[in-house]
Design a protein around this ligand. Structure first.
Ligand code: GLP
Length: 240
């Protein structure tokens, strides 16, 4: 079962997870971080700015979980842009070492395999940061995703498109497809750290931590991992 850590608020969670990441980088300067987008991991990245200041992070490597398909990488809401803006630039990481799945239509047929190959060549992910969708998705592994899945193209659910419409002018602008690390890919990371805050995530957290293992509850895949930590506030823990 995943270890559950209940913290006072998102800021405290950010400090806790950032401290773990700093320790990892201190022991291994070319550590491989699994990066997540969404609002949930932002306190981690914010805390890392302070904690990593003055340290040599030039060798740190990273792999993002997912990307929209067919969205220009220069679009401000592409996950390439988000990772650059929220992580790479503020932390001073080397952009050549930070990977995001390639959502370009022209190369999408082999983009998943290419990404898997790149993760393997890096020796795998040391610490994977995860958020969770209100429908229980991790990465963009929507309900129904196989626990053995690898990086591949998925169709976004209506609920996820509605949740993410706030980042776009209208829901019609939210892409319909994505490329995401699979649950099997995520489970190969050496340490999973799932964060969630607020009442809106309480059911998804309860399903992930205590629910039956089911493809309908993608977050429940973390129960298969030998080293998974769930960092939540009281509200997100309220249905545990
Ligand atoms: C997005 C991302 C997920 C993220 C989730 C929750 O769609 N693909 O990786 O965990 O939705 O987002 P938020 O943290 O903003 O609630």
């Amino acid at each position: 079962m995943a270890e559950v850590v209940i913290v006072e608020n998102a800021e405290a969670a950010g400090a806790l997870v950032a401290a773990e990441i700093v320790e990892l980088i201190d022991g291994r300067p070319d550590a491989v971080l699994g990066l997540a987008t969404g609002s949930t991991p932002l306190p981690v990245y914010k805390a890392l700015r302070e904690k990593l200041a003055g340290r040599d992070v030039s060798q740190v490597r990273g792999f993002a979980l997912d990307e929209y398909v067919g969205l220009d990488p220069a679009h401000p809401e592409s996950y390439r842009s988000v990772i650059t803006r929220e992580v790479v630039e503020p932390l001073g990481l080397d952009p050549r070492r930070i990977h995001v799945p390639n959502g370009a239509q022209e190369t999408i047929q082999h983009a998943g395999d290419d990404y898997e190959t790149a993760i393997e060549a890096a020796g795998g992910v040391d610490l994977q940061i995860l958020g969770i969708g209100t429908d229980g998705h991790i990465g963009f592994n929507e309900p129904g995703s196989s626990f053995a899945s690898r990086t591949r193209v998925k169709t976004l659910t209506v609920q996820t498109r509605e949740d993410n419409a706030r980042f776009f002018d209208s829901i019609d602008d939210v892409p319909k497809h994505c490329i995401t690390q699979g649950l099997g890919t995520i489970l190969r990371a050496r340490h999973l750290v799932l964060l969630a805050f607020g009442e809106g995530k309480a059911q998804a957290v309860a399903d992930a931590v205590e629910g039956p293992l089911s493809a309908i509850l993608p977050g429940s895949a973390i129960q298969l991992h030998p080293h998974a930590t769930v960092v939540v506030d009281e509200a997100a823990a309220s249905r545990l």
